[in-house]
Structures are given as C-alpha cells and as structure tokens.
Design a protein around this ligand. Structure first.
Ligand code: HXC
Length: 261
C-alpha cells in the first residue's frame, strides 16, 4: 500500500492534517487535493475536534507549491479547468471552515503552499521557513485564490512585489508583512502550534463558528451592512448557553466550560 498523501490525526480537541508527499516536497497534485478535501470533511464532521491544524511532513517543506510535473503535463484545457476548480473549491472550504484553522509552516511554503496558508486563520512559521509566490517565474500567476487573498491581506504594493518578482521571503519578513502570526524555533513549531490550538479549543466552538461566519460574510459587505449583520449575529450569540456559561463563570470566579450550545 502506498503511503496516504494526507495524514489525519487527532489529539484531544485538535485535529491535524499533514500533507505527506515528502519526495516532491509535499507538492499538491489533484489526488492530494482531493484527499485533503476528504480528510478535512472527516475532521469537520468529528464533533470532538474543535480546531484544525494544517502542516507538512518533514521539516524541509510545508508545501513547495502545485505539482509542477502535473501542471506541465499538457493534458488539455479540460484537465486544467478541473485542476483550477478543485484547488479553488478545497482552499475555499478551508477558508470557510466553521472550525478555527491553524497552519504550522516548516521549510518551504511556495506557490500553492503560500496560497493555502492564506486561506487559514492563524499561521505559525518555523524560523527556517521561506515563503513566496514564484508562479510568475514559471509563466503562471498565483491562481489558487492567492492573488485575491494576498492583495486583501497585505498592502497592495507589497502583494504585487511578491507576485511580480516571485522572490522568496524569510519567516521574519513574512511576520513583518503580517502574512503570518508568529515565528518560533524549528524544534518548537508543533508544540507551540498545539499550545495555541488548545487555547482556542477551550473557547466555545459555537461562538467561534458564528464569529468566523460574521467575519467571512462581513468582509464582502459595505460597513453598514456588515455592522447590521454583526448586530444580528451577536444577538444569536448572547442567547447561547455558552454565553451564559461564560458570564456566569466570571461572576462565580471560576473557569467556564463551553459545550458548543
Ligand atoms: C513537483 C517538486 C516541486 C513542485 C519540488 N519538487 N518542488 N515537484 N512540484 N512544486 C521536487 C523536485 O523536483 C525534486 O524531485 C524534489 O522535490 C526535491 O526538490 P529539489 O528541487 O531537489 O530540492 P531543493 O534543491 O532543496 O530546492 C527546494 C525548492 C525547489 C527551492 C523548494 O524544489 C523549488 O523551487 N521547487 C519549486 C517551487 C515552485 O516553483 N513552486 C510553485 C509551483 S506552481 P526529484 O525527483 O528531482 O528528487 C504553483 C501554482 C499553484 O504552486 C497551483 C495551486 C496548487
């Protein structure tokens, strides 16, 4: 049996998906993307999982991009349209996942690797990580949602520099750009990511879900509509058992236990 291209594991409330094609630096081909979608669906359906972590096998690469051999296979327009449809669908699923998503980045995160992390909520990089969008050097551009997400997440002139030149940047530079949340020592990457994931997992999964939906929906709305949407959503949140538990725990000077109701 060949090794699965996506490894799924759970530890308490944290589910982890590991891209596992180390021989190709975890590059994404169609089969790997479909496996990623399947395993993500499994973690979404598992009520005991409250937070999902994405990472890559080994410490040489998170993901070195789309699989260049596959991209160069000249299988015709139908193949490329299918590839674009699948990668967009999977990355959008990640972006709109109701559970908080974290990304643990070790080594190379290039092309589709940087594009995937742009679809996650919180990103932790090892100090040796290198990010970049080298698609332009291949005669492509970041088309797995990356051009649109990047320009909304960092300043337009920086986004364009990254996409027009294709240079790789260090984890420290990515931090300065606001592309990632933290840089940690390589040896501590998974530990620090898990610690952060566990802190998020202590919070109400229902409220986090409603917050994520409020943020995602609001991002596409003019401010007055976004505020009206938030106003309705906080009404829902205030009526949850978890909101009452959180407030009661404060008044009773104890830690809350959130059940997602
Ligand atoms: C397929 C890849 C690959 C990729 C590396 N490999 N990246 N295979 N697709 N994106 C393979 C190499 O061919 C090689 O296979 C093995 O992994 C090890 O890679 P090396 O190049 O020998 O390693 P190294 O010298 O350490 O260089 C690491 C690297 C380099 C700097 C990351 O591999 C590199 O530049 N890779 C391409 C990065 C890139 O351009 N990504 C954007 C892709 S386009 P063999 O068999 O020779 O050992 C893209 C479009 C988005 O992402 C599509 C949406 C998903």
């Amino acid at each position: 049996m060949p090794e699965p291209t996506i490894l799924r594991s759970t530890k308490g409330p944290v589910g982890t998906l590991t891209i596992n094609r180390p021989q190709a630096l975890n590059a994404l081909d169609i089969d790997t993307l479909l496996a990623l979608e399947r395993e993500l669906t499994a973690l979404e359906a598992d009520a005991s999982v409250r937070v999902i972590v994405f990472t890559g096998a080994g410490d040489k690469a998170f993901i070195a991009g789309g699989d260049i051999a596959d991209l160069n296979s000249r299988q015709g327009l139908a193949h490329y349209l299918e590839f674009a449809e699948i990668v967009h669908r999977v990355f959008r699923r990640i972006e709109l996942c109701d559970k908080p998503t974290l990304c643990a980045i070790s080594g190379w995160a290039l092309g589709g690797g940087t594009e995937l992390l742009l679809a996650t909520d919180i990103r932790i990089a090892a100090d040796h990580a290198r990010l970049g969008l080298p698609e332009i050097t291949l005669g492509l551009f970041p088309g797995a949602g990356g051009s649109q997400r990047l320009i909304r997440q960092v300043s337009p002139c920086k986004a364009k520099e990254l996409m027009f030149i294709g240079d790789r940047i260090t984890a420290a530079e990515a931090l300065q750009l606001g592309l990632i949340n933290r840089v940690v020592e390589k040896e501590r990457l998974l530990e620090e990511t898990m610690a952060l994931a566990e802190r998020i997992a202590e919070k109400s999964p229902l409220v986090l879900k409603l917050l994520k939906r409020t943020l995602a929906n609001g991002a596409d709305m003019p401010l007055p509509a976004a505020l009206a949407h938030e106003q309705a959503m906080i009404g829902l949140v205030l009526d949850t058992r978890d909101a009452h538990e959180g407030c009661a725990a404060f008044l009773e000077k104890r830690q809350p236990t959130f059940e997602g109701r």
